[in-house]
Write a protein that binds this ligand. Structure first.
Ligand SMILES: NC(=O)c1ccc[n+]([C@@H]2O[C@H](COP(=O)([O-])OP(=O)(O)OC[C@H]3O[C@@H](n4cnc5c(N)ncnc54)[C@H](OP(=O)(O)O)[C@@H]3O)[C@@H](O)[C@H]2O)c1
Length: 313
């Protein structure tokens, strides 16, 4: 298998009927704004149509600039692209949600956001400090707001039309069940770490039952040890099908029904990550049965504090 098929064009319909999310997604957790702009532009040019952003990444302006560059060139329009961005922990109080959303829209230079996600279920002390700490260096949490109250504020954004769908990130099954049970507008997506070393089958099954799309972040294991791309099962399949280990991991993500988020600042890898092809069923089964390493690379899910430090460039 050396050529691409249509796997990379997979789009997963959202449960609120607003649109469909491209399964192949590009993440913008890149510390340097200039590099962010170049990488986002390259990703658009090679064919990525789904971009994941966040106010916490402090680079929405650079992502917006890259999109504007490309839109102005004329071949790609705003409506061809699905943009997710995220509400940070220090903005969970309902009265802070709309200003945070509007500020993201302004920086991204977009009239509407395709999906707005609560970045983590942890509320931090409200304010402009993204990482509030006490004098012992401990995170200052906010016990004055519940996740459901924040969710209600996101629902109102959907009512007003500039936000097409809403979701949650770094969420476990128990909290997700609570929100799904109580919400007026159900989550359309959840964004969680997932890759062959953290398949999250139970969470995925629940999401399937409720029509919730799983956006798998760190789809390549964030290049951390133990390196997913050096896994013997993944490497062996890659050799057999004539693809790279990264392409195998990303095809696996799409074929099991998730959208994935991967990030690269290297043009040839951005291209590589888009050029995925369908794996044979026996390879899918082999990954399920024979990849036995289990590891979570990002501890954000436990504390709300981002767990892997953005890479220096
Ligand atoms: N919700 C959350 O809490 C949360 C947390 C983390 C991330 N995310 C989102 O998920 C996105 C993706 O996460 P991630 O950065 O961990 O993704 P990832 O794709 O698993 O890891 C990126 C790393 O893999 C390398 N890489 C990329 N493509 C490669 C390839 N084909 N071969 C070899 N190495 C390759 C990159 O290096 P080069 O740049 O040198 O190519 C980079 O070091 C983020 O940008 C962000 O949008 C969300």
């Amino acid at each position: 298998m050396t050529t691409s098929d249509r796997l990379r064009d997979t789009r997963i319909p959202l449960n609120n009927g607003s649109s469909a999310i491209p399964a192949v997604g590009f993440g913008t957790l890149i510390p340097d704004p200039l590099v962010t702009r170049q990488a986002t532009r390259s990703a658009l040019e090679v064919g990525f149509r789904h971009f994941d952003c966040a106010e916490r990444y402090r680079n929405e302006q650079a992502v917006g600039d890259a999109m504007q560059d490309v839109f102005k060139a004329g071949n790609i329009q705003r409506n061809d692209v699905f943009v997710t961005t995220k509400l940070w922990n220090s903005n969970h109080r309902p009265e802070r949600v709309r200003p945070a959303f509007d500020a993201s829209r302004r920086r991204l230079q977009l009239d509407h956001i395709d999906c707005y996600v609560i970045h983590t279920p942890f509320a931090f002390q409200p304010g402009d400090e993204q990482d509030p700490r006490d004098d012992q260096g401990r995170v200052i949490y906010d016990s004055g707001v519940t996740l459901l109250e924040t969710w209600g504020a996101l629902e109102r954004l959907v009512d007003d039309g500039h936000c097409k769908s809403i979701g949650l990130s770094d969420i476990g099954l128990d909290k997700l069940r609570e929100i799904v049970a109580a919400a007026r507008i159900k989550p359309s997506v959840i964004q969680v770490e997932s890759h062959p070393y953290l398949p999250e089958w139970e969470l995925l099954d629940f999401c399937r039952q409720h029509g919730i799309v799983v956006q798998a972040f760190a789809a390549l294991g964030h290049a951390l040890e133990p390196r997913l791309l050096d896994d013997p099962v993944i490497k062996d399949i890659a050799q057999r099908v004539g693809k790279t280990p990264a392409q195998v991991a990303l095809a696996w993500a799409v074929q099991r029904g998730t959208a994935f988020l991967t990030t690269s600042t290297t043009p040839h890898r951005i291209h590589e990550n888009f050029e995925i092809s369908t794996l044979p069923e026996d390879a899918m089964q082999e990954i399920r049965d024979r990849v036995t390493t289990r590891i979570r690379f990002n501890t954000v899910v436990e504390t709300g504090v981002p767990g892997f430090i953005p890479r220096a460039t």
